[in-house]
Ligand binder design. Structure first.
Ligand code: ADP
Length: 476
């Protein structure tokens, strides 16, 4: 491949690593081979952690202005290599090229944000009650950070962990998803070019997610674990990290509701629904999973939504105009099919789609009259399926929306300002989209409540995740 960022090597302690043992990375759209990467061992992972610890001892003492300037350079180089990044991302994740280009901008916005926000890690002075002491706080880097990231946003899920960690003075060992590791390696190349010192950022590639995951979650030199992925794996990692009382931040599964009230602008709601449902073929943790539509507008909304879904272009991500690419693998297809079949058995009807196309492609689908006990109500589908439930009152909508152990994103449409405030406060989720299907940006806190996670990424809160508050008590 003629792409300057494409490298079939891992990156540890500033060295490009090869190995006799490798694993293959497959394009989910064509099922063809993209390339292979070293299948590193737990021992290699330990070496990367040791190097990160060594590097931390000097990185944390670099002036913050210098650290921010290096992170700013990562931002600038990423802009320069935007097309190279996007090509690799579409190849390994399958997402349409326009979405990959969008993800480069989105992920890189966090890098730009933290290159600035890093300068504002303020401490405080605290009035001493008896006047005998000088009390103050300073913020210092947590230490070595282990990051484990998923395949659905191969770049952005890394950027928003790496940038705040680096400006804070932390060093990072990353284990990217084994389905999309080339994007992570491309970022390591950019970091090298930007002047990130050796050991400050290492990328360990491996098929052995469980083995390396355990090492990252239990090695005492790692002071913080940040993970984006499933609740199941997050829960296991949290148990492992408990042994050495590590700081954790987790961004886990969701089951986002999207409520359409009778006072909504229905056309706007349809537009929001398409944006919030079909990005990355429905494979995002903030993807709408359950549509709750008030009975008086149910028919209108379902018809307009069906018409909009029918217009979506399903194609390989490199085909011009592609809007919905493949799912990540056959397991994802099986899960989607299972959810559709289950809903149909319980009385739902298909107004469009419902079919497995060839390979890993599934037709964008609308299901109406979905029963409350359908699997799709309780489990995250992670696919291009709109499941429409009906409600009659605002209380019922809120109760149904909150009837899940998850609490990442929730969306609703209403033109009534009092209702907007009321419902926004009542929904149990970390992020609420009001008359919009897209909520995430670098200056806002991204994260979940309940079993959807701990901690926030982006915004000023995203910086605190990588810093400790130290209190200084000085005798006058
Ligand atoms: P998904 O694949 O749905 O995004 P996962 O939680 O399975 O969610 O995967 C997210 C990341 O966690 C990936 O990098 C994956 O390789 C990694 N992972 C999967 N299983 C484990 C595990 N047992 N321990 C540590 N990391 C894991």
């Amino acid at each position: 491949m003629k792409n300057q960022l494409f490298t079939q090597k891992a990156y540890i302690d500033g060295k490009w690593i090869e190995s006799d043992k490798t694993f293959e990375i497959i394009n989910p759209s064509t099922n063809s081979l993209i390339g292979s990467l070293p299948d590193l061992t737990i021992n290699d992972c330990t070496k990367a952690i040791n190097a990160a610890h060594e590097a931390w001892l000097s990185w944390k003492n670099r002036p913050i202005g210098e650290r921010c300037a290096i992170v700013r350079r990562i931002f600038e180089l990423t802009v320069q290599y935007k097309n190279e990044f996007a090509e690799i991302m579409t190849l390994e994740s399958g997402k349409p090229l326009t979405e990959s280009l969008g993800e480069v901008d989105y992920g890189n916005a966090f890098v730009e944000w933290f290159a600035e926000e890093g300068k504002r890690a303020y401490g405080e002075t605290i009035p001493s009650l008896n006047g005998n002491m000088r009390l103050s706080t300073i913020k210092q880097s947590v230490g070595v950070v282990a990051a484990i990231t998923p395949w659905n946003f191969p770049l952005a899920m890394i950027s928003r962990k790496l940038a705040p960690a680096l400006v804070s003075g932390c060093t990072v060992v990353l284990k990217p998803a084994s389905k999309t590791p080339f994007t992570a390696i491309a970022l390591a190349k950019i970091c090298e070019l930007a002047g990130v010192p050796k050991g400050v950022f290492s990328v360990v590639t491996s098929k052995d997610s469980k083995g390396l995951g355990k090492e990252l979650a239990t090695n005492p030199l790692v002071r913080k674990l940040t993970f984006t992925g499933s609740t199941e794996v997050g829960s296991m990692l949290m148990t492992q990290a408990a042994g050495t009382i590590k700081r954790v931040s987790f961004e886990l599964g969701g089951n986002a509701p999207f409520i359409v009230f009778d006072d909504a602008d229905i056309d706007a709601a349809v537009q929001g629904a398409i944006a919030g449902k079909f990005r990355n073929a429905g494979q995002t943790c903030v993807s709408i999973n359950r549509f709750f539509v008030q009975e008086s507008v149910y028919e209108t909304f379902s018809q307009k939504l069906t018409a909009a879904v029918e217009k979506l272009k399903v194609a390989d991500g490199f085909v011009s105009g592609s809007q919905v690419g493949p799912l990540i693998d056959k397991n994802a297809i099986d899960k989607v099919q299972n959810h559709v079949q289950d809903a149909l058995r319980k009385g739902a009807k298909i107004t469009t789609g419902g079919k497995h196309l060839e390979g890993n492609f599934f037709a964008p689908t609308v299901l109406v009259e979905v029963a409350d006990d359908a699997l799709i109500q309780s489990e995250e589908t992670f696919g291009p399926i709109c499941a429409l439930f009906k409600f009659s009152t605002e209380e019922e909508a809120i109760q149904k929306a909150n009837d899940t152990p998850f609490g990442l994103a929730a969306y609703f449409y209403s033109e009534n300002i009092r209702r907007c405030q009321r419902v926004g406060e009542a929904l149990e989720a970390g992020m609420i989209g009001i008359n919009t299907g897209l909520i995430s940006n670098a200056s806002a806190p991204f994260g979940g409540i309940k079993q959807s996670g701990i901690g926030r990424e982006g915004s000023k809160y995203g910086l605190d995740e990588y810093m400790e508050i130290k209190y200084l008590c000085q005798n006058k």
